[in-house]
Design a protein around this ligand. Sequence first.
Ligand SMILES: Nc1nc2c(ncn2[C@@H]2O[C@H](COP(=O)(O)OP(=O)(O)OP(=O)(O)O)[C@@H](O)[C@H]2O)c(=O)[nH]1
Ligand SMILES: [K+]
Ligand SMILES: [Mg+2]
Length: 370
Amino acid sequence: MVNITEKIKEIEDEMRRTQKNKATGGLSLKNHCWGKLARLRAQLLEPAPGAGSGGGAGFDVSKSGDARIALVGFPSVGKSTFLSKITKTKSEVAAYSFTTLTAIPGVLEYGGAEIQVLDLPGIIEGASEGKGRGRQVISAAKTSDLILMILDATKKAEQRALLEGELEAVGIRLNREPPNIYLKPKKAGGMKITFQSPPKNLDEKMLYNILRDYKMLNCEVLVRDENATVDDFIDVIMKDHRKYIKCLYVYNKIDSVSLDFLDKLAREPHTVVMSCELDLGIQDVVERCWQELQLMRIYTKRKGEEPDFSEALIVRNKSSIEEVCDQVHRTLKETFKYAMVWGASARHVPQRVGLSHIVADEDVVSIVTK
Ligand SMILES: Nc1nc2c(ncn2[C@@H]2O[C@H](COP(=O)(O)OP(=O)(O)OP(=O)(O)O)[C@@H](O)[C@H]2O)c(=O)[nH]1
Ligand SMILES: [K+]
Ligand SMILES: [Mg+2]
């Protein structure tokens, strides 16, 4: 029997031949070939018999750089085209679905930071249940600091909710904070449930029943948010299996939609629009990514010298001097005495601070050791 890879090659060769001879290869033949190719490539993505349900382990790409962005979307929305635009990595681009069969990492250089961008295979409905490489793709997305949901502006609006559903199903919560509910398991004493203000969607009985279902018979609960729902409460119980990740919705292929529609899309929250083909909006997307990642650049200065603006230390938003020390060297904080800070976080310039001082973007820091 001819294997799938050979069949794919045959069709690709056939397409190449028809492309050379346009007279015989009309659009319908091309569409037919693309359809066949997509089906075969989807088979390549299916787990081998006996390999379980697609594996949940993600792809074997180690994290590198200052942050990780995952490109998630349906097939052929332009994920690989985008990766090739913003990084030096060339990921295969083609008009048929499932061109990308594994995770392809690239490096985006921005603001002195190196951000790892993962191009991933397209996912389809049912991905969270193990269709195709869906589980693996979603696991990879779960390890990222920001999900770029790449959407095709020419396709139906439902595509976005469908994808969100797939991610939700495996515990990813997009652009949300963990619910404001305190839950502490106890060894004994039964359940103690308190509401800070009258709840709109919950009552004590409901929580009691849910806790019993999850076999949490001894615990303390304090609901601080009056709008909390049952789903929120379950998210708190299941917190080890929930991941709160920022998501930017990126509509590609705006070269093929009307200006009115484009304008409507661009006004949606957490949304950016672009055309990789026309090179439109790409830089805006990159800038929005940078904003969403909330990375900060900290410059260091040696005593008696000018600050070194040629190389920044990259730390996460709300980082303290301690994290800055860790970026310089693993053991620096052991000999730390104090730091001098110039910039937005300093109350007066320079300010003498300790390890817990929270720095701001573009601060200059001078660390004094014992
Ligand atoms: N009209 C238009 N076509 C685009 C644009 N960007 C990409 N494409 C085309 O869309 C098709 C799919 O692009 P890919 O980058 O392979 O898409 P993908 O999302 O990586 O696809 P899979 O790896 O198969 O999931 C190719 O034919 C691209 O040339 C765009 O901005 N406008
Ligand atoms: K494709
Ligand atoms: Mg691709």
